[in-house]
Design a protein around this ligand. Structure first.
Ligand SMILES: Nc1nc2c(ncn2[C@@H]2O[C@H](COP(=O)(O)OP(=O)(O)OP(=O)(O)O)[C@@H](O)[C@H]2O)c(=O)[nH]1
Length: 709
């Protein structure tokens, strides 16, 4: 039991101290992850640790976090070579923190491997398993074969430490497969070494030898003294099982030489153990006891209890055979008991820890796979979601923009429609008012173009023109609707309105029954900015008005009693015949009319006056005009009359004098030299008075003819 346990512990120790970090310069991607000091640390760890102080300070000064991480990895490697596990763990942890800040998965993986390595060395398997699982997960983000192989190396070491050699061998083989057969690198040498250790654990000695040969060939390609020493230890173990003492010694010396170079106390202890084994196997108990005692002391210094215990057991064994003083043996034995007790205690604690570690490890492996799967699924889902969200957001923005545009144009359209509706309502209202106005107005309203073509007419206009409807008026010309002779007047009128802007006048339109109908017209020329000019004409019939006026005027010209013209007619007559025309005038004065009034009464006198007018009118021509000048004085105006015509009428009046209601005196005159009517009248008057005087009073009274009018 003790020997098996001792072998197991030895194997674990070898793996623990020999498990290297990842290969140096193995792959281009990894090469950028290493500082040259990391490589140098393999041969000169302490010198490198010294130099690292300055290099780290410089990186800090430049705030170069990436370089700081690389230098810390170099420090972790140097610490590993000199078996300073705390130093290695701290460096590894810090590298992880920097890597996460830089989002650099490869650096993070390397930091995790270093931390796990230190955990395994100090038998904290549970923690180491977690770190390695995490490293495997992070590496999925940026897979690199060498780092994957490095992680497999870690798992293989952990499996070996748990006594699972078959599993350790499988991990080592998996790492080797990841590297590829042709690749020569330190990591490959280490995987081969682990495989050989596992094979030895499985008692596959021949296979282990073959594997170790391959490992030694692989390590020749790189300068890694610690790895060389670790292989020498493996060879020594193999040599011991084969009983090859000389080879054991040779390997032991090699380990010691390297330990001295590296100042690695652990390696020295291991080398001394090999030499002790060789001496013990050769039967040299004294030498064996000496080497074992030195090795035990070194392990004691390093606080490696199990190793010290193993060496003390071997020491006590050889001391018993070599016959060393009992005092020394008792010292060794007492120390052994103390260490054994401590180891027992540690073993119990570790057994529990290992159990939990295995549980966690198994769980973790599952978790890692599950996490990897979930991560992958989550990444796909996140990508799909992000894509969908982008699409949705894009669509939402597009929809919002379209909606806003639609809303804007809808509002504008509504406002436009409202304004249009209002304008339309106003137009309709005005149209209704206008058409109402047009309908009810008694006057004619016409809207026509400048040539007289009707555009619009009201019912009054249609009626005035004798049209069936206002529609029938549309398009017809005013000139065509009016009788011949008036058209020219209309043309002149429209030309005046167009040139002056307005116009007004009375239009007389002959009617079939005779006479005229008169229209008082007023027109306005309208020239809209964006339409054809037109004219608005209003016409009010003034026929009746004109007739009344005519009657009044006529009335003003007549003598109220007799119906003969009065003096005002003289002026009109003169105007009518002024331009060189001939006229003649006969003046009358009733004889002794005063006496008629006096004798017969005034009314009788009036009747005589009226009868006298009828008498005169009956004896003159239709164009001749009888005028009562006042009282009992009358004149007859004879237009276009010469001496003959005058004579004829005077004669007739003289002949018919006896038929007159009253005797009268008369005198006549012809217009001379275009004189005025007054002048002609004066001469006729004068002639009449001459006649009257010539007759004398008595004669005059005889000629008074008194009869009923
Ligand atoms: N009944 C009537 N008498 C009138 C009217 N106008 C004037 N008379 C009268 O006519 C008379 C005219 O008188 P006179 O001028 O002296 O003339 P006469 O009496 O005819 O005398 P001689 O002319 O000299 O013959 C006056 O007595 C007037 O009063 C009228 O409208 N009706």
């Amino acid at each position: 039991m003790g020997k098996r346990r001792s072998t197991l512990a030895w194997g674990i120790w070898v793996l623990m101290v020999a498990w290297p970090l990842s290969a140096v310069g193995a792959e281009p991607a990894i090469r950028t992850l290493r500082d040259p000091l990391e490589l140098r640390a393999l041969g000169e760890p302490r010198a490198v640790l010294q130099e690292l102080h300055a290099a780290l300070a410089e990186a800090n000064q430049h705030n170069d976090r990436h370089r700081r991480a690389l230098l810390l990895l170099a420090r972790a490697n140097a610490c590993r070579v000199i078996a300073d596990w705390d130093c290695q763990r701290i460096a590894g942890t810090e590298v992880q923190a920097i890597a996460r800040g830089l989002d650099d998965p490869l650096l993070e993986v390397r930091g995790l491997i270093n931390e796990a390595l230190a955990d395994v060395a100090q038998r904290q398997y549970s923690h180491a398993g977690q770190r390695l699982g995490q490293a495997e997960l992070v590496l999925k983000r940026q897979p690199v074969d060498v780092l994957y192989a490095d992680i497999q190396l870690g798992f293989s070491a952990m499996s070996a430490a748990s006594g699972k050699h078959a599993m350790a061998a499988r991990y080592a083989e998996r790492g080797l497969a990841a590297l590829g057969a042709g690749q020569v690198s330190p990591i490959r040498a280490r995987l081969l070494r682990n495989l050989a250790q596992a094979q030895m654990g499985l008692d596959q000695w021949s296979a282990a030898r073959t594997t170790l040969v391959q490992a030694r060939r692989a390590v020749e390609a790189v300068k890694d003294p610690k790895l060389e020493a670790e292989l020498a230890l493996a060879w020594a173990r193999l040599a011991r099982t084969s009983g090859l003492v000389a080879q054991q010694r040779e390997e032991g010396e090699r380990v010691l030489a390297i330990a001295t170079t590296l100042e690695n106390a652990q390696l020295e202890a291991m080398g001394r153990e090999v030499l002790g084994n060789a001496a013990a196997d050769a039967g040299d108990s004294v030498a064996a006891a000496r080497e074992y005692a030195r090795a035990a002391a070194l392990f004691r210094q390093l606080d490696l209890l199990r190793e010290e215990q193993r060496l003390l057991r071997q020491l006590i064994s050889v001391q018993a055979r070599s016959g060393v003083p009992s005092a020394l043996r008792e010292d060794a034995f007492a120390r052994f008991l103390a260490v054994d007790e401590a180891v027992e205690f540690a073993d119990r604690a570790q057994a529990l820890d290992e159990f939990e570690a295995q549980l966690k490890y198994a769980q973790q492996a599952k978790d890692v796979a599950r996490l990897a799967h979930e991560t992958e699924v989550a990444q796909h889902r996140a990508t799909a979601l992000a894509e969908r969200n982008r699409l949705i957001v894009g669509l939402q923005i597009l929809t919002a923009v379209v909606l806003m545009l639609m809303l804007g144009s809808y509002r504008q359209a509504r406002q436009r429609n409202r304004r249009l509706r209002e304008a339309l309502d106003t137009v309709r209202e005005r149209e209704a008012q206008t058409s109402g106005l047009m309908r009810v107005t008694r006057g004619c309203v016409l809207l026509h173009d400048v040539a007289g073509r009707i555009i619009l007419a009201n019912p009054a206009a249609a009626e005035a023109f004798g049209a069936d409807s206002v529609e029938a008026m549309r398009g017809q010309s005013l000139q065509a609707l009016l009788p011949g002779g008036v058209a020219e007047t209309v043309d002149a009128y429209l030309a005046k309105v167009r040139s002056e802007g307005t116009g007004e006048g009375v239009l007389g339109v002959p009617v079939a029954a005779g006479g005229n109908r008169y229209w008082q017209c007023a027109s306005s020329y309208v020239e809209p900015a964006d339409a054809t000019p037109y004219i608005v004409t209003q016409a009010v019939e003034v026929t009746l008005h004109n007739l009344e006026l005519e009657a009044l005027r006529e009335q003003g010209l007549r003598d109220a009693l007799t119906g003969a013209y009065n003096r005002r007619e003289l002026e009109r007559f003169e105007q009518r015949h002024a331009d060189g025309a001939s006229w003649a005038v006969i003046a009358f004065d009733l004889d002794e009319f005063k006496q008629i009034n006096d004798r017969q009464g005034h009314e009788f006198g009036d009747a005589v006056l009226k009868a006298t007018v009828r008498f005169l009118a009956d004896r003159v021509r239709a164009d001749d005009v009888v005028v009562r000048m006042g009282g009992d004085e009358f004149v007859v105006l004879l237009p276009h009359s010469g001496a003959a015509a005058l004579e004829r009428i005077v004669e007739r009046l003289r002949e018919d004098a006896r038929q007159a209601p009253c005797s009268y005196s008369m005198g006549s005159a012809l217009r001379e030299n275009g004189e005025s009517l007054v002048a002609t009248l004066a001469r006729a008057d004068a002639a009449m008075y001459i006649g009257k005087r010539a007759l004398g009073m008595s004669q005059r009274s005889q000629t008074v003819l008194i009869r009923q009018p």
